[in-house]
Design a protein around this ligand. Sequence first.
Ligand SMILES: [Zn+2]
Length: 299
Amino acid sequence: MKAISIDSGGTKVVGAVVDDSGNILTRHRIEVVKRDGNCLVEHFKEVISRYLKDYSIDAIGIGGNGRIDPEEGVILDSGVHKNWAGRHLRRELMGLYNGLPISIRNDCHCAIKGESWMGSIHDFETVVGIIIGTGLGGALIENGKFWYGKRYSAGEIGHTILHPDGHPCYCGQRGCTERYVSGTALWKNYNEAVGDEVINSGYEFFDCYRSDDPIAQQCLEEFLDGLKLLMINISNICAPEAILIGGGIADTHALWADRLEQLFVADVGDWLKNTSIVYSSLGNDAAILGAAKFAFELL
Ligand SMILES: [Zn+2]
């Protein structure tokens, strides 16, 4: 069996064809310039039409941002793209492709599903996934199944509060963890500490860190301290066997994983000290594979 898989983020749409053994047969990346749901859907159609010509396809899997109702294929809300929230995406696409089954899921859920299928959490049943990229997302898996909560909102760990008097967040709260523990937080906090707009990406931040810049080192220490608190709180709520750390930041984990583990083990309650901390082993492929796996499960 083969699925067309789409990983749609804030700045890119990646399309791929994936078989049911988890092989990525082909892929194609489109840079997204406008943060507009109408543009995203046009890119989805472009990707789907391209692959339907060349492959015999059984299902389509899409991972997108925002809270998503996977039963209905509806985007419930999103802080990133206009013309996205409220969209009946499955209904919109279904009529175009001869009734092929279409799965529509949150992008973090897809990344964690991918790791569960083919990656670093394959052997764990109860997992908290922390996905750190531009923002901070997550999901909870219990006995192999996602725990969605009301309105599919469970696992929005980016909006747990780290500093009650901290920076305002677009969600309406103050001091949300995402503002302190994300790729964006790293470079913004670095600029704040320097007092100038000197960098504007997580990549540039890690360039500073690798060059032994003491401000970057201090910013990373604060980031890890925030991440540690999130991990302790979430461990006490969910008691996972493993905490998965994924997303773009996980690619740099060789630089800081030992320090994070040291902070976590020093401060977490005794009964939680043996929680496994694991890192994405699939990198950018995790969401593509997960979106495909969700699609195969419809067949
Ligand atoms: Zn928030």
